[in-house]
Design a protein around this ligand. Structure first.
Ligand code: HEM
Length: 463
């Protein structure tokens, strides 16, 4: 295990590959199946409720979690100007999370058998251990750094902290399932776990990367740093209130206060980041990655704001303060965050960052266009029809599941290709041609053609 030469490593690659494999095999496929089942005349029996929960965990810790972990191992030492131990912690944490998720998924699916409880419990322990290794490895990176106070750094430190808390809450949920021999996680604890994973772990890393790299790439106006701190405090307080309310079985109003704080904090962060304002100037760079990544990033933040508004309304309704939101038939608000914000953001950021990290090209931008459209249509259908029970609504939800699954498959093809040799070679050829043009124009500018001498357009043969 070494920290020498860490910067030349591409530690994120297996994480991204496995994140996509888990998303397609356990996450999006199960979600789509649950929504398509009623169209085929099948009942949503207990088996499918257990699958809904396993789907949620696979998506949060597998699809989004592994992706974020891979990116974090790459960017956190760079942002903190520090170094990182590799490759053992990365390998151990990745396999613990993958095996933990697989055991939890299988155990909960086989809830009628005697294997269920030990499998679910083992899944909880391994997932927690994987996130603990992840958090300890990054904690060491942060400890060695002298720079910990910038807006990005604050969010990343929070992400490290909440990642291990999310693993701990998941462990608590699985221990209770195993002890009670219950097919489902206890709903109030499960809810707290979902929000901690979504806002504490995953979104904190997304906010950290947004506050530094995405802000730079989109040439955003200077961030409102005080508001950013307010957002940070609101989200931390919201998570703590929610955990206390749910784990101590307090009145619904307590959890609702937590959710309102979370939603307000997320919307405040979006405002502080100024990502929905026009750029402060043109981005003049050699084009790398998907050309429309900025659209995806901005769309993701629009979903975050919309989701936050809906969350406030549902939380107030749950607490009995208002009665504004219609009854939900398929968790539309949750999926505005998970599919609309997190997934769209990952699509946007990855379609830009993977080619930059790799020095590669997106070989088929049209596939990426189709993936972007698919995820957007999937969320739109989910929100439009997630509140109504009707035949057309059921069909639209089924379509939303299928379209979302197609979207992730297309994105997986793009991401796998962007990490291939051919994509790196294509980039090298394009960069060399661009460099030659730049070189020629610089030479022409510094040696302007003189009419009495022959014009020299290519003074040096680089071949
Ligand atoms: C096309 C993509 C997706 C489909 C079709 C889908 C479908 C579903 C369905 C059918 C449920 C059960 C409750 C309901 O009827 O709404 C559910 C729950 C859930 N989904 Fe998704 N989902 C998708 C994407 C995602 C993503 C990307 C995430 C996270 C990153 C996610 C996280 C969750 C969570 C946390 C739950 C709640 C589980 C629980 O109650 O314990 N989903 N999803």
């Amino acid at each position: 295990m070494t920290s020498e030469g860490w910067s030349s490593q591409r530690l994120y690659r297996p994480f991204i590959r496995w994140s996509l494999i888990v998303a397609i095999t356990l996450g999006f496929s199960t979600g789509a199946a649950i929504l398509i089942m009623p169209l085929l005349g099948m009942d949503r029996s207990l088996t499918w409720v257990t699958h809904s929960q396993s789907h949620g965990i696979a998506q949060l810790f597998g699809w989004a979690g592994l992706f974020v972990m891979g990116f974090a191992y790459h960017v956190v030492p760079r942002f903190f100007n520090s170094s990182i131990r590799y490759p053992l912690p990365q390998r151990i944490s990745m396999w613990l999370v993958i095996i933990g998720l697989f055991l939890r998924f299988t155990g909960q699916s086989m809830y009628k058998t005697t294997f269920a409880d030990p499998l679910v419990l083992a899944g909880g322990i391994l997932l927690f251990a994987g996130l603990a290794v992840f958090a300890l490895t990054l904690f060491e990176v942060i400890r060695l750094s002298k720079n910990r106070t910038g807006p990005a750094e604050l969010w990343l430190m929070n992400g490290v902290f909440w990642s291990v808390v999310a693993g701990g809450l998941h462990l608590a949920v699985t221990v209770r399932m195993a002890v009670d021999s219950a097919p489902l996680g206890y709903a109030p604890w499960n809810e707290a776990l979902i929000y901690v994973a979504m806002f504490g772990f995953i979104s904190s890393f997304i906010f950290g990367v947004s506050a530094r790299a995405i802000r730079g790439f989109l040439v955003l106006k200077p961030m409102y740093e005080n508001l950013n701190r307010v957002a940070l405090v609101m989200i931390q307080t919201g998570l703590i209130v929610l955990i206390v309310g749910r784990f101590l079985d307090l009145d619904q109003a307590v959890a609702s206060v937590g959710l309102v704080l979370l939603a307000t904090g997320a919307a405040t962060f979006t405002y502080a980041l100024r990502v929905l304002e026009p750029a402060s100037g043109p981005a003049r760079r050699f084009a790398v990655g998907y050309a429309h990544y900025d659209w995806l990033v901005r769309t993701a933040y629009v979903w975050l704001v919309l989701g936050s508004m809906m969350l406030v309304l549902t939380a107030l309704d749950d607490a009995g303060v208002t009665e504004l939101m219609p009854a939900e038939v398929s968790l539309p608000v949750m999926h505005v965050f998970t599919l609309g914000f997190i997934t769209t953001l990952i699509f946007g950021a990855a379609s830009r960052f993977i080619p930059i990290f790799e020095g590669s090209d997106i070989r088929h931008p049209r596939l990426m266009d189709a993936a972007a459209i698919a995820v957007t249509v999937s969320v739109l259908l989910r929100v439009t029809f997630g509140f109504t029970i009707s035949e057309i609504g059921e069909q639209a939800l089924g379509a939303s599941g299928g379209i979302g699954l197609v979207g992730i498959i297309l994105f997986a093809i793009v991401a796998f290709q962007a990490m291939s040799n051919s994509a790196r070679e294509a980039y090298a050829v394009r960069a060399a041609a661009f460099g030659q043009i730049k070189f020629d124009s610089t030479v022409q500018r510094t040696n302007p053609p003189v009419t009495t001498k022959p014009v020299m357009t290519r003074p040096l043969n680089l071949k």
